[in-house]
Design a protein around this ligand. Structure first.
Ligand code: PHE
Ligand code: NA
Length: 501
């Protein structure tokens, strides 16, 4: 058996963990999630979820990876046998699904980096995105043909990911993060500084930070906060367990988790400030309100930002290039981390070489991702993302915490393990958060949300997400979500190769 890979330095590990955490989620997801869920008041559930769930679970996952020295399935297996192993595979297959469409968004960002030089999008930025770039079909659920303009940058994204992953943990992932993350911080700071010095920036920031406290009684807001924290910190996705399994024996755990968590939140806050400053500028230019120009998800980065860039005073090409390049860099380091979960899992389960695992695992993800580079690609992406986030992220996090704290009762052992190597000592707060606070608050809120949704169904007022047809929702949403669990069980049922223990 080959010797297990290891990080070359503490900074290498921290940069890789931060590289995974800081991603598309920080730049285009956080600003609109916060805005839609209470604005300034969102910081209450956000901070609550960060301090009682995000960082405690990050410490938990770092401890598991460090203690059991295995991919997520192997670490769970060593903790609790096959009864626990499936949790690792479930997380891996959710990561697998995310990697297939995450790569596509990075590919768009690459295209837009180039378009930025001469604002190729013209006046109708929405028409440009959906018509010219994505060549979106009319019927959700029909793939149509491959769109070369998306497929080619997508190939490039996968080529970069392959290149980094083939090179290994230390020579590939660590080196890439050491280059990409400092570069990202520098260019993103330039973007934010320019944005806050625009006319109207204050208007945007007021809109962003204005607290809407009445939203806090809505369970949706709390579930959104937990869901975002899990997504943003890359926890409950098998990633942080995998990355920490490459730590040398003598490595700090708790302090590293705090650094990673706060770095991610700092970046997110910065992104919120930059994005809303820019939105304020545009609202003032057009004489409308900020809420009328703020838009969700894909539309924010690829429809609204191009408009802002076009209206920019002086050097607008440069601003656009830096903005989209930030998306590319932040996305690539996260993509690599998601892929590493299944590379590690397949290597250990089947006793194959790293290169084979990269070729098969990442190859399969790359192949599937071309579904999102078709005429119907955006619809598939939209539904997959919605289902994974609505039914995957918070649920896996909750089940993971309850399983470890209550079913396998491992918190005291993990506490000792972390304390033996860390500067900061874990006390009662850590166990109380994981055992009581997170399960109670998150469980209660998820239950409340389910009830609200059921009631809505009852009153017949919703219909499906985005009005998509039942069959489309069924196979693009429910089948994918269920498929991740079923594959988890199938892989758990398979035998471990002889070389792994
Ligand atoms: N944490 C990443 C972000 O904020 C997203 C991500 C989620 C990456 C899950 C990998 C796995 O964008
Ligand atoms: Na993040």
């Amino acid at each position: 058996m080959e010797q297990r890979s290891q990080w070359g330095s503490r900074a290498g590990f921290i940069l890789a963990a931060v590289g995974s955490a800081v991603g598309l989620g920080n730049i285009w997801r956080f600003p609109y999630v916060a805005f839609e869920n209470g604005g300034g008041a969102f910081f209450i559930p956000y901070l609550f979820a960060l301090l009682t769930a995000g960082i405690p679970i990050l410490i938990l996952e770092f401890t598991m990876g460090h203690k059991y020295r295995g991919s997520a399935p192997l670490s769970f297996f060593r903790m609790g046998g096959k009864k626990a192993e499936w949790l690792g595979w479930w997380a891996i297959f959710v990561s697998f699904v995310i990697s297939t469409y995450y790569a596509v968004i990075i590919a768009w960002a690459m295209k837009y980096t180039v378009y930025s030089f001469d604002q190729a999008w013209g006046d109708d930025t929405a028409g440009f995105l959906f018509g010219t770039v994505l060549k979106l079909g009319d019927v959700p659920g029909e793939a149509g043909g491959i769109v070369p303009g998306v497929a080619i940058p997508l190939l490039l994204v996968w080529a970069i990911a392959f290149f980094i992953l083939f090179a290994g943990v230390k020579k590939g992932i660590e080196v890439a993060n050491k280059i990409f993350i400092p570069t990202l911080v520098v260019i993103f700071l330039m973007v934010v500084i320019r944005a806050v010095t625009l006319d109207g920036a204050a208007v945007g920031l007021n809109a962003f930070f204005e607290p809407n406290f009445s939203e806090l009684s809505n369970p949706k807001v709390w579930v959104a906060a937990y869901g975002h924290i899990f997504f943003s910190l890359s926890i409950a996705f098998a990633i942080m367990i995998t990355y920490s399994s490459y730590l040398p024996k003598k490595s700090d755990i708790t302090n590293n988790a705090f650094i990673t968590g706060f770095a991610n939140s700092a970046f997110e806050l910065l992104a919120g400030i930059g994005v809303f400053a820019a939105l304020g500028f545009m609202a003032v230019q057009q004489g409308v309100e900020v809420k009328d120009v703020a838009s969700a998800g894909v539309g924010l980065a690829f429809v609204v930002f191009p408009q802002i860039i076009s209206e920019f005073p002086g050097m607008n090409g440069l601003f656009g290039v830096l903005f989209f390049l930030s998306l590319v860099l932040a996305g690539l380091t996260s993509l690599v981390s998601i892929c590493e979960t299944y590379v590690a899992g397949f290597t250990e389960k089947f006793g194959i070489s790293r290169n084979k695992a990269v070729a098969f695992g990442v190859g399969a993800a790359a192949l599937i991702s071309f579904l999102f580079a078709t005429n119907g690609g955006l619809y598939f992406l939209d539904v997959a993302d919605y289902f994974i986030n609505q039914f995957g992220v918070a649920a896996i996090g909750l089940i993971e915490v309850v399983a470890i704290a209550w079913f396998f009762k491992k918190l005291p052992i993990f506490e000792d393990h972390a304390n033996a190597v860390s500067d900061i000592r874990l006390g009662a707060w850590w166990k109380i958060c994981l055992k009581f606070v997170t399960p109670l608050v998150l469980g209660y809120m998820m239950f409340g949300l389910m009830k609200l949704n059921l009631l809505k169904q009852f009153e017949n007022d919703t219909g499906n997400y985005e009005g998509y047809s039942n069959t489309f929702i069924l196979y693009a949403g429910w089948f994918v979500a269920a498929g991740a669990i079923i594959l988890g069980f199938i892989f758990t049922a398979m035998k471990w190769n002889k070389n792994t223990d």
